[in-house]
Write a protein that binds this ligand. Sequence first.
Ligand SMILES: [Zn+2]
Ligand SMILES: [Zn+2]
Length: 311
Amino acid sequence: MSATITPTDRDDVQPVANETLDRFLTGTVTVIPVLCLGVVGWQLWAEVLGWSDLIVFAIMYVVTGLGVTVGFHRLFTHRSFKTGKTVRAILAILGSAAIEGPVISWVADHRKHHAFSDKEGDPHSPHVDRGSGVTGALKGLLHAHVGWLFIHTQRGLKTRYAPDLLADPVVRKISDTFVVWVIAGLAAPFVLGWLIGGTVADGLTGLLWGGAVRMLVLHHATYSINSLCHFFGRRRFKTGDESRNLFWLSFFTFGEAWHNNHHAFPTSARHGMRAWQFDPSAWVIWALEKTGLAWDVVKISPERQAAKLAA
Ligand SMILES: [Zn+2]
Ligand SMILES: [Zn+2]
């Protein structure tokens, strides 16, 4: 039985001359830069970032984000509710301003994703043909997140996957004039910033935050549905693919991260199928229905949900 070795007994440990002083100096060196970073942040806030920028960012993030989730996804791709021409046009325009491609291309790709989920033919699965191990997983995630946007071998053929939208003259026009809505979506934060802040400089920083930063954050929120929501999270329903529910991502994606629920019931207007599952896109559809602007809203009964639960 060996005796317990205390640090002082060991011959390979350098003793400290003054432990208290040493800890004080280490703490200082660790904490001071963090405090300095706080000062830098405060300076940035005071100098270049103001409330008007954050307000413009929030407005633009919400309206273009809902254009994608309520419009591009739940209305145009999955027909989870019906609405009139004007609301359809508004949602198609707002979604276009998110700069994720013209509405008809977006819908064709996404319908193909549902048709082939995580099998050969899926435009953005992190699992198809990516090799094994950590390298394979990272390669798959990168492909599903952003890589697939650079290749065109598995895109959805519009005539096959979106004939209903090609036959809709209003949606087709908005899809064909995509660039106009992109520019309008950048002009809007400039004007908003100018109106709220009062100067042209506020308009320019509004364009930066409500245009560029908003686009960056919204893009990666959307991309994360394709990558993270087919990789991490819980699987509540049997779906035959790798779709998952990712709680924390629902806050950045207006409820779209309940992605396993969505693959289980693609036409459902609600993706957050339990009361606590945050899904503001469903609240918008609910409000449209209550005001008579939406009808034939697809709802999934508790019995249908129970029948599909994962073991
Ligand atoms: Zn999916
Ligand atoms: Zn979908």
